[in-house]
Ligand binder design. Structure first.
Ligand SMILES: Nc1ncnc2c1ncn2[C@@H]1O[C@H](COP(=O)(O)OP(=O)(O)OP(=O)(O)O)[C@@H](O)[C@H]1O
Ligand SMILES: [Mg+2]
Length: 352
């Protein structure tokens, strides 16, 4: 009898490292989360079209990587993919960067120069950080995208190009539109197909696929690099951490520990302090102490009882009858425990 297809196979038709050119190639995009598979599925579909795509997501989530995958899986893959960071180039220069200029168009324009739109002919132009573009230039961009035609700065000849437009932003363009900073007509032109990439904290299932991926790159890049294992404690902490810098932060961490940790196993204390601290913030100290090999099970249970009692006593101003009521134990049992554990009022630092 034939096996029924697995749900994973159903969820990602054709999304794997490509065996032949007709299939969608992930080009090393790692991850297994539903959120990422949905992004890959849309990426696969849009690769076959020429529609404009707007990729949104926090910094470091992989927007450029997805843009490259669209280009490389498209029929334009033999053409250029031209990237322009609209946020990094001052407004006056950006127009000439995008559309080129003629000799003498402005002070310093000693010779004519072609712009990125022309370079991207028969390929893809990736307009990164589109949310930072000035409203003036947005008008010119809209026309160039709409008509696939433009003039160089200071020029009169109209140049026609065949390009696919992908743009990206980590800004909220809806809010920018309400504030009048981003043109609505341009937004709808760019956002024919929206792709939103979730932050890593909302797809933590991807963390260890990414770790494996970055380590496999190190294996290829650094001769003699031995793949490291993460201790259970380190793993739990990495799963608990929120990764504000997203995949880029994880990538940097893997590179850093690969250089600095010579052991085969990455322990909790090998992680940077701000990550390791997440461990003690959310694991109760009595539990953390066990995992840090400071105490054993019985001592941890004692520590927990002690914390509960101390907290109840402090809440009730040391009225033992009230504390016993909260804890749902007999007053005499409570008194015995206080005596046995030597709990005193000055120890008012509750730990759980
Ligand atoms: N799913 C993934 N698999 C493998 N590598 C990834 C993945 N997502 C992101 N990366 C890597 O993480 C880094 C950041 O990705 P990228 O530059 O595409 O992010 P971005 O969203 O464009 O960030 P920014 O907004 O800061 O420009 C890159 O080195 C990229 O290769
Ligand atoms: Mg980017």
């Amino acid at each position: 009898m034939m096996n029924a297809p697995t749900s994973a196979a159903k969820a990602e038709p054709g999304i794997r490292e490509a065996q032949d050119s007709s299939e969608f190639d992930r080009f090393g995009i790692a991850g297994v989360s539903k959120g990422l598979l949905k992004v890959l599925e849309t990426t696969r579909k849009v690769s076959k079209s020429n529609s404009s795509v707007l990729i949104t997501g926090e910094s470091g989530t992989g927007k450029e990587l997805i843009a490259r995958a669209i280009h490389r899986n498209s029929s334009r893959c033999d053409g250029p993919m031209v990237v322009i960071n609209c946020g990094a180039i001052p407004g006056e220069l950006l127009e000439s960067e995008l559309f080129g200029h003629e000799k003498g168009a402005f002070t310093g324009a000693v010779r004519s120069r072609i712009g990125r739109f022309e370079i991207a002919d028969r390929g893809t132009i990736f307009l990164d950080e589109i949310g930072d573009m000035s409203p003036d230039l947005q008008v010119k961009l809209l026309r160039a995208i709409q008509e696939r035609r433009f003039e160089r700065v200071g020029g009169t000849t109209t140049i026609e190009v065949d390009i696919r437009v992908i743009s990206a932003t980590n800004k909220d363009l809806q809010t920018a539109m309400i504030k009048g900073l981003f043109r609505e007509d341009l937004y709808y032109r760019l956002n024919v197909i929206p792709i939103h990439i979730l932050p890593l904290r909302e797809r933590k299932e991807d963390i260890f696929s990414l770790v494996d991926h970055f380590q496999s790159i190190l294996v290829q890049r650094e001769p003699g690099y031995k793949v490291k294992i993460f201790s259970e404690n380190a793993r739990q902490t990495m799963l608990r951490y929120d990764w504000p810098g997203n995949i880029r932060e994880l990538e940097n961490l893997i590179e850093r520990v690969s250089v600095l940790v010579e052991d085969d196993t990455i322990e909790l204390h090998d992680l940077p302090d701000h990550i390791a601290e997440t461990s003690s913030q959310s694991i109760p100290p009595s539990v953390a102490a066990v995992f840090n090999n400071e105490i054993g099970f019985n001592e941890a249970v004692d520590l927990y009882q002690r914390s509960l009692i101390l907290y109840a006593l402090n809440q009730t101003g040391w009225v033992k009858a009230k504390a016993a009521e909260i804890l749902k134990i007999n007053r005499t049992t409570l008194v015995e425990k206080i005596k046995k554990m030597n709990i005193e009022p000055e120890n008012d630092n509750p730990i759980f």
